[in-house]
Design a protein around this ligand. Structure first.
Ligand SMILES: Cc1cc2nc3c(=O)[nH]c(=O)nc-3n(C[C@H](O)[C@H](O)[C@H](O)COP(=O)(O)O)c2cc1C
Length: 350
């Protein structure tokens, strides 16, 4: 079987996790140039920004890189659910003097689409990764058509088998420790979600494609442990969040560096889907999992003005402070340096 490095064309079997909202091309370029696979998360980028970020990557590195997308089915907006959500947030709107009627509704994140495939075809990225399943077969065939390798997150054995059967070239075992959105897509039952070291060996046994470990890996010994459990490589996110290449806000950086980062939880309050972040005021008071939040990604617009008002006062009370369970590995060094430090963990296994 081909190694992950052979599949990705990289020196290291190390993927910098795509992290929508906290990094763009600068981190991807730095990691790819350091021998890993840098990633551009596209879930929150407009087509124009996506095009300029892809152009920046092409100008900044001649090494392989990854482009990442969400592939959820956009929900039919429900006025009733939106009203329930606004009612739950009403005391906060009053506290901050926000006129609820002035808040626009609308999605916060867009799924992979035919238009995006057209745009990507101009660049033919060598690796494309997906969260929340895979796009429809005809779109996936277009991605494979220009020779791209396809990766996708699995959070259960069933999801890994499904991804393998539907064309993924490797699966990412996303353990429960991971920061950001859970990638589950076959079942929304959170009790089925497993920790990295329970999930990883089960996926290695279940599928023939390479399995990449993600969630809670923040240093060389974590990398070595994942490789010892049969991982073909690792995907690391949180450990890159304090690097100068990250666009992580000052409020978010301060939270990651504080003792508050020891307490994370899955919450649906910021987008409508469970994602792991540092526990803050709105998570404590309305959740962390709240029944009033509308379906992903429609919860975003209702909470956005609260976040803006609170952040203007220097508070992260209403911000999604995404973090994995192991923020202790975050260091304020360059993304290249984080990559080199993690690479030490492969020496025993490569
Ligand atoms: C701030 C943040 C944003 C994330 N955004 C994305 C994303 O846009 N697409 C994606 O596939 N995964 C995303 N993830 C999840 C990562 O792919 C990965 O599963 C996770 O970072 C691994 O766990 P770790 O954070 O403990 O290293 C995000 C993670 C974080 C921390």
């Amino acid at each position: 079987m081909a190694t992950l490095q052979q599949i990705l064309g990289t020196e290291l079997p190390l993927i910098q996790a795509p992290m929508a909202g906290i990094q763009v091309s600068a981190m991807a370029i730095a990691v790819s140039n350091a021998g890993g696979l840098g990633s551009l998360p596209c879930a929150m980028l407009s087509p124009d920004v996506m095009r300029s970020e892809l152009a920046a990557i092409r100008a900044g590195t001649d090494r392989p890189y990854n482009v990442n997308f969400f592939c959820h089915t956009p929900p039919v907006p429900s006025t009733e659910r939106e009203a329930t959500w606004r009612a739950a947030l009403a005391p906060y709107y009053a506290e901050f003097g926000i006129d609820a009627a002035s808040i626009p509704t609308g999605p916060g994140r867009n799924p992979f689409s035919a238009e995006v495939a057209d745009l990507l075809a101009e660049f033919k990225p060598p690796v494309v990764s997906f969260h929340f399943g895979l796009p429809p077969a005809e779109l996936l065939a277009r991605v494979h058509g220009w020779g791209a390798k396809v990766l996708a997150s699995a959070t259960t054995v069933e999801e890994a088998l499904w991804l393998e059967a539907h064309g993924a070239d490797a699966v990412i075992a996303q353990g429960l420790e991971a920061g950001g959105h859970r990638g589950h897509f076959l079942s929304h039952d959170l009790t089925k979600q497993l920790g990295t070291f329970a999930l990883l060996p089960q996926l290695v046994r279940a599928v023939k494609v390479p399995v990449i470990a993600a969630g809670g890996i923040a240093d060389a010994s974590g990398v070595a442990a994942a490789m010892a459990l049969g991982a073909a490589g690792v995907q690391v996110g949180t450990a890159y969040m304090l690097t100068p290449e990250a666009t992580t806000s000052a409020i978010h950086r301060a939270a990651l560096k504080s003792e508050a980062a020891r307490h994370t939880a899955l919450t649906n309050l910021f987008t409508g889907r469970p994602a792991r972040g540092i526990v803050n005021r709105v998570m404590r008071e309305l959740g962390p999992i709240g029944a009033a939040a509308p379906e992903f990604p429609l919860a975003t617009s209702g909470i956005a003005p609260l976040r803006a008002k609170a952040e203007a006062k220097g508070s992260g009370d209403f911000s999604p402070l995404w973090s994995g369970q192991n923020a202790a590995g975050c260091r304020e060094v360059s993304s290249a340096e984080v990559t080199r430090a993690l690479a030490q963990g492969f020496h025993a296994s490569l």
